[in-house]
Design a protein around this ligand. Sequence first.
Ligand SMILES: [Zn+2]
Length: 373
Amino acid sequence: MPRMLTQSHRSMPSLPTPSLLQYPWGEALPATGSAVEVAPGIFWLRMGLPFALNHINLWLLRDRMPHPTQAGVMQEGWTAVDCGIDNPGTREAWLQIEQEVLQGLPILRVLVTHMHPDHMGLAHWLCNRWQAPLWMSASEYQSALMACTGVSNFGGEATVAFFAAHGWRKAEELAVVQSRVGYYKSMVPSVPTTYVRLLEGVSVKIGERHWQCISGYGHSPEHIALHCPEERVLISGDMLLPSISTNISVYAMEPESNPLQLFLDSLDAMSHLPEETLVLPSHGRPFKGAPARLQQLRDHHQDRLDELLVCCRQQAISAHDALPTIFKRTLDVHQTTFAMGEAIAHLHMLWLSGRVHRLMGDDGIYRFRAAQS
Ligand SMILES: [Zn+2]
């Protein structure tokens, strides 16, 4: 399961500006309430987020589906990909889109890449407003439902105990983590009661195009990216971002997990993408150069792993001890929650591949030490 965003819902270390990527629209961005057509019938929207990461990209795809009440009649309209968080500003932006972009046609389907609030927040509102079905993967749907009812990894006792076992012991900071049980619900107040399931390899026909679902792991339970080989377009969600690295975290609910390995494997599953593929990411700008970007992300994580392994050779360290090594700036409490998850993810990859041992001390803290080579 996921956790939420500030700037570092994706991860904190900033990456060098990629020079091998091309941005076909340069610095141009769609204004709130308007759209940029990035391929025939594919429109780029941008909604605000009240975080350091201050925007999300959404996509509108011209679509055509059988009319619900008239046999043999096709209904023209749109598929929306991702929704924005639920707040007055985003609802207002969607109403503007309705006036200025939808050309009087309805939203026929709401497709959500994953359950994080910036993607999922307004799904309930859009689905209800248009009587449109929600399409997403089963794990993401169920995780959203759980997070909405307070069973989440964003705060509360289990999360506090998990972080404490990884060396974060400052009581006043953990009190903040303890209080965040309702954090998800504040941005995703409800989830549609039904959905249509997306799965790896499923082909979704949107308008005249066929989109292949590519499942991705490590960032969220079962993220779905959409690839249209004929059009050479990938809607990458949070799995492939041009200028920040996707947040990869271990969470309290699954404390022994290895999400970084899952994420790197998921990157490999995208390595067949041709160079000229237009990648439509959830944050940043549309770009070309997927193979180069995939390699940058692999290198980025390998560098973090190498740095941590050096530390683990010098002494046994907890995830909290590791923070200054992989996050070279001061972190507030909120950022520390992301950083802890990410530090544990890197240490777990070293641990579960046998490069470090994990031992719990008498103080109840897990520490990692390099295995004898
Ligand atoms: Zn996300």
